[in-house]
Write a protein that binds this ligand. Structure first.
Ligand code: ADP
Ligand code: TZD
Ligand code: MG
Length: 596
């Protein structure tokens, strides 16, 4: 209570930028305000980049963050800033920060916060909020909303700070909640009144907390490791599945050693592609539909048995019916103790951080470790060889207009020649074909729609990937998918980022040839303006645009984009009849079997 009485506002409103050099303290009274405490707390914890969009009450915070030396990346829509923050968290193991204004800005950022939680990415959404007294009495304040209550069910944790001297604790708690255990999205509510609150500078500084060991590398229990090894050792048809948790954990060398020393075939989930190069001889990607039902022991490392793995049962896994268990035994390595048994029985849960878990498993694998039976490896190789040959045939075709495959064959070559480039990918067919055609060679280089299969992450992810890695970004986008965040081409140009967007333009959602069955003037809800010139969007902001109709033109445009590192948008014209409904997840569509 005393803090409220002691707190005195200093003159730092949006219209009145502080005149003192650095804007840090009121020189006479040696006071520090809430703005500065937020900045200092973030800096103290190694936060160096903020993704956001300014306005009341955080305009000055944005300015002062930049003045304090943090990189502030300002977007055109908060959702894209939020997606940027979420993927920055995935790439760096530091919580990605998204800063928004109240009510509508907060809500725009909230989708990304929920996405971060669902995908286990560490992120903090910091939103300014309106006057608590007015909000709580619902008296109609400017951008009134009880943001904390709304964020709670969608976030891993949610906090509000009312007093300047609690800023240090608030930010420490947010960081710890985002990073520790299973990472997730955290909401931090900072009411407008907090920012100008001034307290004694020395007292203020002493309240800041540098979080010690925010993501403890929890070690697994030895008996859990032994149980897992015993199970694996007896397997006749073992399989390892690597998920994006394994990519996040940054235990790349040990994961590779585990796969190679055991000799067990592995399948990478989409964002785990590149943990080992996709060309690795133990990769079973090209024989996925064979290995899932056939495997007898499956070790999941940082992957959940959710819809993306058909819940670990049913026909995909060799079950007799849609929900029947296929008979596999599962080992699951995961930081979350509650994940095991969420869909099927997990015979050997190994709970801990993937780094120490994989190390502990490796310690139990010596030269005597029995390699998987030759029949299993041979059967997989046979399927792989057949499927790879079939794929090569398709990729070599050169139809006009381009097919997804003939265009993506170019992207495949470009990524092979530039393995450090980050590939961002969204769409339906544009997603599924890219995932299966474009090989990845290094960890954390493929960023996509994740657990929700969400559209709209494209440009936010691209900006963040370019900002945090400094590497070339290649964004392969469905024309529908691109539309969700397309205005951020301006952001890409404004920050002059090396992002090359390639739109797989088939004139619509899934395909571009649907017609309105009534014969009326409205188009089908699934199609867009035909032959839209998306490349002009990038040109509008000073970037490079290209309109390409052949693989050769696409190759030249991509090579030039990578050579120049200029913001580039390539509008690749794809046959509008080429796609299928929902890409590869047609079966999830309730009416798919009875198309009107
Ligand atoms: P994918 O979509 O690639 O299959 P998921 O998002 O379903 O991957 O699963 C990721 C899993 O990784 C989550 O269950 C999460 O708890 C786990 N995870 C994330 N980080 C770590 C870590 N450092 N150590 C162990 N498990 C982790
Ligand atoms: N809205 C959001 C936020 N996420 C979604 N996944 C969808 C809607 C539904 N949806 C998909 O699942 S894929 C897709 C939508 C609208 C777009 C597919 O069209 P595209 O890709 O042009 O991006 P293709 O290559 O034409 O299939
Ligand atoms: Mg499309």
């Amino acid at each position: 209570m005393s803090s409220v009485i002691a707190a005195k506002p200093v003159a730092t409103t949006a219209d009145e930028t502080p005149k003192i050099a650095g804007g840090e303290m009121n020189a006479q009274s040696q006071e520090i305000d809430g703005f500065q405490l937020v900045i200092d707390a973030l800096k103290l914890n190694g936060i160096d980049t903020i993704f956001g969009l300014p306005g009341i009450p955080i305009t000055d915070l944005t300015r002062r963050l930049q003045r304090s030396g943090l990189r502030v990346v300002s977007f055109r829509h908060e959702q894209n800033a939020g997606y940027a923050a979420s993927i920055a968290g995935f790439l760096t193991q530091k919580p990605g920060i998204c800063l928004t204004v109240s009510a509508p800005g907060f809500l725009n950022g909230l989708t990304a916060l929920a996405h971060a939680t669902v995908n286990c990415f560490p992120m903090i959404l910091i939103s300014g909020s309106s006057e608590r007294e007015i909000v709580d009495l619902q008296q109609g304040d400017y951008e009134e909303m009880d943001q904390l209550a709304i964020a709670k069910p969608l976030a891993k944790a949610a906090f509000r700070v009312l007093h300047a001297e609690d800023i240090g604790v608030g930010i420490a708690r947010a960081i710890r909640a985002a990073l520790s255990g299973r990472p997730g999205g955290v909401y931090l509510d900072l009411p407008a009144k907090l920012f100008p609150q001034a307290i004694d500078a020395a007292t203020g500084k002493s309240t800041l907390i540098k979080v010690v060991d925010p993501a403890p590398k929890q070690i697994p229990a030895p008996d859990a490791v032994k149980r897992a090894l015993d199970l694996l050792k007896l397997a006749k048809k073992p399989l390892i599945i690597l998920g994006k948790g394994a990519a996040y954990a940054q235990a790349d060398a040990d994961i590779r050693a585990l796969v190679e020393r055991t000799g067990i075939p592995y399948l990478p989930m989409s964002m785990a592609k590149g943990l080992l190069p996709d060309t690795h001889e133990q990769s079973a990607s090209a024989a996925r539909s064979y290995v899932l039902p056939e495997a007898d022991v499956v070790m999941l490392i940082g992957a959940r048995l959710n819809w993306l793995l058909s819940h670990g049962k049913g026909k995909t896994w060799g079950g007799a019916s849609a929900k029947a268990w296929g008979g596999q035994k599962y080992v699951q390595v995961d930081i979350s103790p509650q994940e095991a048994d969420s869909n099927v029985r997990i015979d050997a849960p190994v709970v801990g951080d993937i780094g120490p878990c994989v190390k502990a498993l490796l310690a139990g694998i010596d030269a005597q470790w029995p390699k998987p039976p030759a029949e299993w490896i041979g059967a997989i190789t046979e399927r792989k060889t057949k499927n790879v040959a079939k794929m090569a045939e398709t990729l070599a075709k050169n139809p006009s207009p381009m097919s997804f495959q003939s265009a993506l064959n170019v992207v495949r070559d470009i990524v092979k020649a530039n393995p450090d480039a980050v590939l961002v990918n969204e769409g339906a067919n544009a997603l599924d074909f890219t995932r299966s055609i474009v090989d990845m060679y290094k960890p954390r280089k493929r960023l996509d729609v994740g657990t929700w299969g969400v559209m709209g992450v494209g440009m936010g992810f691209s900006v963040a990937a370019a900002v945090v890695s400094g590497e070339q970004v290649i964004a392969v986008e469905g024309d529908s998918a691109f539309g969700f965040s397309g205005m951020e081409t301006e952001t890409i140009c404004r920050y002059n980022l090396p992002v090359c967007v390639v739109i797989m333009n088939n004139n619509g959602v899934y395909r571009g040839d649907e017609i309105n069955p009534t014969g009326g003037p409205d188009p089908s809800p699934l199609v867009f303006v035909k032959d839209a010139r998306y490349e002009k969007l990038m040109e509008a902001f000073g970037g490079v645009g290209a309109h390409v109709k052949t693989p050769d033109e696409l190759r030249r445009a991509m090579e030039e984009a990578i050579r120049s590192r200029r913001p580039t948008l390539i509008n690749a014209v794809i046959d509008e009849k080429a796609g299928t409904e929902s890409g590869r997840i047609t079966s999830l569509n309730p009416a798919a079997k009875k198309k009107p």
